[in-house]
Unconditional design. Structure first.
Length: 437
């Protein structure tokens, strides 16, 4: 199947400038434009996700599929998977996307046995490798679906049944092998059901120890096969379980410290998950940098009025400007990128809706990147921040932070002081942000 037959588009989307009103043209995303020493393409590192784009049928908890995709019809599952791959690579080409991402179950059908599923994945991996020889797109990361099948209803690594744990190990090894074979830059662990629904039947310490051991074995295997990229954990607080063990950045940081995994495991952060945890996207990104765990981003958004993971395409320029401001301040991505873990709405049934959604979100990201670049160049947020903490830069106060003063010494100094509160200037800074976006 070709792009002409499914999307009805013969040429890739092009940059047309701010004056364009064409929904199939970029207004802000100019891949070759330089932003702080890199091209915009290199700074943003967009990735098309395989599952929502080509596997999600448009259903929700109250209704079934709304998308009539040819590769979702009945027939030989492996043949349908190959048909789906053809359309996927058409979309990568139309968007001129530098990367894509996938779960094992997205790209290849699950068989009756683990070995059969591994064989199917190997078949599609070989097809990907063949198509990538002549395509621009590369693999940002791969992962394994350890949450959809009923065997994982009580978790994978945290399952009370060791046979499920072992099955999950086999599935993850195969997904890691596929990622490595395709020169993937990262490997993601999303712990879909690694949590609990009730504490009445849960031994939390045992389950955390199992999860720690599972990740430790994965890290060992990564080094054994020479995989160079990091393992990424994607924090999420709830849904499907009431409480996930990878609740947020702070929770995962504590977990990684306990099991001595900080050096090899980083974070893949998502706005929708941050909101479900009661945080802002900016909060999670800043804390990841502060903890030395920043890795990659799922660039989607949630609906503030709905308490579940709606996975909408990212369009909030102000929100993304703050995230990119932090990212550019730290030098930008290394192996990470912006993965569109996003669904078009179930009423968006035209094939071109999928293209338009990516174009609009890529433009929103580009606009936010440019705003962040200007803010950094002007020191719009950095200068006020430095001024607020400037008192800590003195030699005496640095001595406190370096452990060169005792509590008694600092307390004695405090007896002669009369500190006065100073304004935090929140409204002024909010106005500054609005001037750039």
């Amino acid at each position: 199947m070709s792009a002409n037959s499914f999307f009805g588009l013969a040429e890739p989307v092009r940059f047309a400038g701010e004056g364009s009103h064409d929904p199939l043209a970029f207004r802000y995303y100019d891949p070759k434009r330089q932003v702080m020493g890199r091209t915009m393409e290199e700074q943003l590192r967009f990735a098309v996700c395989y599952w929502h784009s080509f596997t999600w049928p448009g259903g929700d908890p109250f209704g079934g599929a709304t998308f009539n995709r040819p590769w979702m019809a009945s027939g030989d599952p492996l043949a349908r998977a190959r048909e789906k791959a053809e359309v996927a690579f058409d979309l990568f080409h139309l968007l001129d996307a530098p990367f894509f991402t996938f779960h094992d179950a997205d790209v290849a059908p699950e068989a009756d046995t683990l070995q059969g599923s591994i064989d199917n994945l190997k078949s599609i991996t070989d097809l990907f490798a063949q198509k990538m020889e002549s395509a621009k797109v590369r693999l940002l990361w791969g992962t394994a679906n350890l949450f959809s099948h009923r065997r994982y209803m009580a978790g994978a690594a945290t399952n009370p049944d060791p046979d499920v744990f072992a099955y999950a190990c086999g599935q993850v090894k195969a997904a890691m092998d596929a990622t490595h074979a395709l020169n993937g830059e990262n490997y993601v662990c999303w712990g879909g059901r690694e949590g609990y629904e009730t504490l009445l039947n849960t031994d939390m310490k045992r389950e955390l120890d199992q999860l720690g051991r599972f990740l430790s074995m994965l890290v060992d295997y990564k080094h054994k096969i020479g995989f160079q990229g990091p393992i990424l954990i994607e924090p999420k607080p709830k849904e499907p379980t009431k409480h996930q063990y990878d609740y947020d950045t702070a929770t995962v940081f504590g977990f990684l410290q306990k099991y001595d995994l900080v050096d090899d495991v980083k974070l893949n952060l998502e706005q929708n998950h941050a909101i479900l945890a009661g945080h802002s996207f900016d909060h999670e990104v800043k804390l990841a940098y502060a903890s030395g765990l920043f890795g990659s981003l799922d660039i989607n958004r949630g609906d503030d009025l709905l308490g579940w993971d709606t996975d909408q395409f990212a369009m909030n320029v102000s929100e993304m400007t703050l995230v990119f401001h932090e990212m550019l301040k730290h030098g930008g991505f290394t192996t990470g990128g912006l993965n569109f873990d996003a669904k078009i709405r179930r009423q968006s049934i035209d094939p071109q809706d999928l293209v338009i959604a990516h174009v609009a979100s890529m433009d929103a990201c580009a606009r936010a990147l440019l705003a962040a670049e200007r803010m950094l160049a002007d020191g719009a947020l950095e200068k006020p921040l430095e001024a607020r903490y400037a008192g800590w830069d003195s030699a005496e106060n640095q001595a406190i932070l370096k452990g060169e003063r005792t509590l008694e010494q600092v307390a004695e100094r405090g007896r002669s002081l009369d500190p006065q509160p100073r304004s935090g200037g929140q409204e002024r800074l909010e106005a500054v942000l609005n001037r750039y976006v």
